[in-house]
Design a protein around this ligand. Structure first.
Ligand code: ZN
Length: 252
């Protein structure tokens, strides 16, 4: 199994152990700095470097192969971002990261939109995959803005729109995006994810837990996959969301 969106830096070694034992071979760790940056890019750069240089070593001790996506999370948007963009370019060139992420809009401020667009332009220029966050608050409204910026800036085939639920699925299902379903306490239960897969098919979807410093379940991907099996969905369909779609999309 592949958990396509986690925040390894906010989690314990015990979580990595449980995830691997439960059948997760690979996880993608995205960047999100949960504290204040005070418009200081050095703080963000340290955070990104820690994820890149430290977390994969910590996870592989428990068998978990950690791939890395780095970028400026919307809540970390900062004006003074040149050194971050220089580093992102270098990491893309060196293939240190498999995607730019997570990026997107949260409060939908002008600065967020500016930083988001600039990252999409870099992704389009370098043909890099992007993982796009959609917010908890005003999800549908903000998603509409995300969608219009994305479609005007980048090939949608490079894009995962993440944290999609029953209220927002119709907005994205007919585009060429890959769609992330985040099964997480207070956000979306296993049943809702399964309802979406049942209604819209298994071809476009990735599963993830988005484990972070907020309420999370490191086993939400295996829980969803095993529930699908218990309910009688076929192994080919299950394999798409458990493994194959993510493997193909990210070229793992
Ligand atoms: Zn996240």
């Amino acid at each position: 199994m592949i958990d396509t969106h986690i925040h390894a830096d906010a989690r314990s070694s015990e979580d990595f152990d449980k995830m691997f034992i439960s059948g997760i071979d690979t996880a993608i760790s995205c960047s999100y700095y949960p504290y204040k940056l005070d418009n200081n890019p050095e703080i963000l750069l340290n955070h990104l470097k820690r994820i890149l240089n430290f977390e994969p070593r910590r996870a592989i001790e428990y068998g978990l192969d950690l791939k890395i996506a780095l970028g400026i999370h919307p809540t970390n948007s900062l004006k003074n971002n040149t050194i971050i963009f220089d580093s992102l370019k270098k990491w893309i060139e060196n293939k240190d990261i498999i995607a730019i992420g997570e990026i997107g809009l949260d409060e939908n401020t002008e600065l967020e939109r500016e930083v988001f667009k600039k990252q999409l332009e870099l992704a389009e220029e370098t043909k890099t995959k992007v993982i796009i966050h959609t917010p908890r608050k005003n999800k549908l409204e903000v998603l509409k803005d995300i969608k219009s910026i994305v479609l005007n800036t980048i090939d949608p085939k490079l894009v995962v729109i993440d944290h999609i639920n029953l209220n927002t699925i119709e907005e994205v299902i007919d585009e060429d995006f890959t769609i992330g379903l985040t099964v997480q306490p207070q956000k979306m239960e296993v049943e809702e994810a399964i309802e979406i897969l049942d209604n819209y098919g298994f071809d476009k979807f990735l599963l993830n837990s988005d484990i972070s410093n907020k309420p999370s379940n490191p086993l939400s991907v295996p829980k969803t996959v095993r529930t699908l099996k218990r309910l009688g969905y076929g192994p080919k369909e299950i394999d798409k969301v458990a493994f194959k779609n993510a493997k193909e999309f990210f070229g793992l």
